[in-house]
Design a protein around this ligand. Structure first.
Ligand code: SF4
Ligand code: MSK
Length: 626
């Protein structure tokens, strides 16, 4: 590793653990990123294609080499197709996660998912009503079965549009209808996206990108929304609760178990097992003072939101957390799990367990979770983690943990406002809060770890812009100290006054990456209250350090829903000026919002502030020159 640790991450635990990893000769994501330099310029610009066996092909961006693939596809077609396939992959990931939750809901109804239950009957009844099921007088389990069945229909092709689209403002739904992007079925749109991008199908770069909007909307208002709603039904609506964050949440004298991935179906059951008196007694018998369950990435966010379980780190910290030598077991489900983790763990005593039938990893023991065996398997695994505690070598826990508050669902935000979004609207109208921004997404070794998230957040709150965050951003912001009520000291005077009177931090943790849909629901509530479209509101989205295909899909459904969105890393589209222009300008005329790309978070903050002030002015609210 030739770069100084300070150039790689802004976090103290990250820097200290990078040093430790280097001493232990552990290869990290930063080493591999460096080894990949220079990365392929054709791929970086989206100009390479390997969709069929006549290829692989590439288009020369300087006009000297080939300008068309073997089939005749030009730069516009190749770039658009590549981006569309990223959207399809992201939509399928979130939506398949949602499908797994629907299966558990169906299992609870049938009695084949022991250990799972309906934790929020009120939400079950409310969502059932939205699906056209009259919940009155119905027992919980048959109702859960009916709802699961209705949600399964959303994945298919028997409907004209997915059900929860009704939550979007009417003006937005009319617009989607007019431009032909109303999503019909969740799987249908992904399947059609893959079909259209097969060689010899859709070769209109504009029509391809329109289908990408429809596909992303099928995720945002479909698969992801179902994932969030069913998680709330099965595991409870999140409520604000205190927690701790960073590598310091690991405990020297306790059995440390880390959950990593996205789906709460596994992690919720592990939490239950960790809390059982039998396991706690066993841990004590093995010389540990307790069992410490902590999370990384989004499955950690799911547990933090509902139980206050501490978070050890975000995406780029996942290897480094293992290099503490303090992790007795890491359990993974799916998404964002680096295939390198098994190799890192092999340098220590850590047991690595993969749990999903659809996700295997080198160097991990595969122990498959299903709704019918989850409770028993969770107990077995926690027991094995306790046994492994006795095999620990030297442990290095580099920092003290930082306090944070997580667990802000739409329900709790509206609850904190007194049951209606009206006080928030009044604060926006009065200019105390200039607007709100959803900062979402990942880490990416191309950007200094957490620098994009934390700098952007800081600039926004000090300019009276409320920040809500999800996924790996929320860990970065919690580590930076933005998520305690005292953080209002870093906010501008208006935001300080509003958050101070409500007793909430200026940066609200809204959950995991599927929970970005909570931002859509909140935006819809604000738009409805003001009788405008989402695109009229002083709102924006940002993904300062995104890396995953899921993040592309989130960005596309944000924009398609009317939310101006600023990306940090450039997506692989610069090979087509037409595609770049459509995504960064042309979409304004289509959906009333577009993307911007700005890797420097200081500049991104300026872009967002200008956008917000522009929207305020258009609404007839006070605006300032930025
Ligand atoms: Fe080449 Fe066309 Fe095949 Fe792509 S689809 S690999 S551009 S021949
Ligand atoms: S885990 S998608 S790195 S937010 Fe959801 Fe983090 Fe991005 Fe994965």
């Amino acid at each position: 590793m030739s770069k100084a640790y300070e150039e790689l991450t802004i976090t103290e635990d990250g820097r200290k653990l990078l040093k430790k990893a280097e001493q232990d000769q552990v290869e990290t994501v930063w080493d591999r990123h460096q080894a990949q330099q220079p990365q392929c310029g054709y791929c970086d610009m989206g100009l390479s294609c390997r969709i069929c066996a006549m290829g692989p092909c590439r288009v020369d961006p300087f006009g000297e080499g080939p300008q068309k693939g073997v089939c005749g596809a030009d730069a516009d077609i190749i770039v658009a197709r590549n981006l569309c396939r990223m959207v399809a992959a992201g939509a399928s990931s979130h939506s398949d996660h949602g499908r797994d939750l629907v299966e558990v809901l169906a299992g609870v109804a049938k009695g084949t998912a022991p250990g799972y239950t309906i934790r929020d009957e009120g939400k079950l009844r409310k969502v059932a009503l939205e699906y056209g099921i009259n919940p009155e007088g119905k027992d919980v389990l048959p109702l859960a079965g009916e709802l699961a069945w209705a949600m399964m229909e959303d994945y298919g092709m028997r409907q004209e549009q997915i059900t929860l689209l009704k939550r979007a403002p009417e003006k937005r739904r009319e617009l989607w209808k007019k431009i032909g992007v109303t999503p019909r079925g969740i799987d249908r749109e992904t399947s059609e996206m893959m079909h259209r991008t097969h060689m010899g199908v859709d070769n209109g770069w504009q029509s391809l990108l329109l289908q990408a909007l429809r596909n992303a909307l099928s995720d945002g208002w479909g698969g992801s929304m179902i994932a969030t709603e069913v998680s709330d039904i099965l595991f409870g609506i999140p409520t604000p609760r205190p927690t701790m964050v960073n590598a310091g949440v690991l405990k020297q004298d306790q059995v440390n178990i880390i959950v990593h991935g996205h789906n709460p179906v596994v992690s919720e059951m592990i939490l239950k097992a960790c809390e059982s008196p039998e396991m706690l007694a066993l841990a004590e018998a093995k010389g540990a003072s307790g069992i410490n369950l902590a999370g990384v990435c989004c499955t950690g966010n799911e547990l933090l939101m509902r139980h206050g379980v501490p978070m050890a780190g975000n995406h780029l910290m996942t290897e480094l957390i293992l290099s503490t030598g303090a992790v007795d077991m890491m359990l993974v489900d799916y998404q964002c799990i680096m295939p390198s983790l098994g190799t890192v763990a092999a340098c220590y005593h850590t047991k690595m367990i993969s749990t999903s039938d659809k996700a295997r990893f080198p160097g991990m023991e595969h122990r498959e979770f299903h709704p019918d065996n989850a409770r028993k398997l969770a107990e077995e695994l926690v027991k094995e983690a306790i046994e492994n505690f006795t095999r620990r070598g030297k442990v290095y826990i580099p920092v003290e943990p930082v306090p944070a508050i997580g667990g802000f669902s739409v329900e709790t935000i509206v609850g904190a406002l007194g049951g209606t979004p009206e006080p928030l609207i009044e604060a926006i109208k009065a200019g105390k809060i200039r607007g709100a921004v959803g900062i979402v997404g990942c880490n990416n070794p191309k950007i200094k770890h957490d620098h994009g998230h934390v700098t952007l957040t800081k600039r926004l709150i000090e300019n009276d812009i409320l920040v809500v965050d999800t996924g790996c951003v929320s860990v970065a912001n919690a580590k930076a100290g933005f998520k305690v009520p005292e953080a209002i000291a870093m906010a501008g005077p208006g935001l300080k006054e509003v958050c101070g009177s409500l007793g909430i931090p200026p940066v609200l943790h809204l959950g995991s990456c599927v929970d970005n849909v909570r931002i859509l629901v909140l935006a819809s509530a604000l738009a409805d209250a003001l009788d405008v479209d989402i695109s009229d509101l002083p709102l924006a989205g940002a993904a300062p350090e995104w890396y995953s295909e899921k993040a592309v899909t989130i960005g596309v459904y944000f924009v398609a829903s009317g939310v101006y969105t600023v990306l940090g890393p450039m997506p692989p589209i610069t090979g087509s000026l037409n595609v770049v222009n459509l995504l960064t300008e042309g979409l304004n005329d289509v959906v009333g919002a577009a993307f911007a790309v700005e890797p420097d978070p200081e500049n991104a903050a300026l872009l967002i502030r200008r956008h917000i002030e522009g929207k305020r002015k258009a609404l007839g609210l006070s605006s300032i020159k930025v």
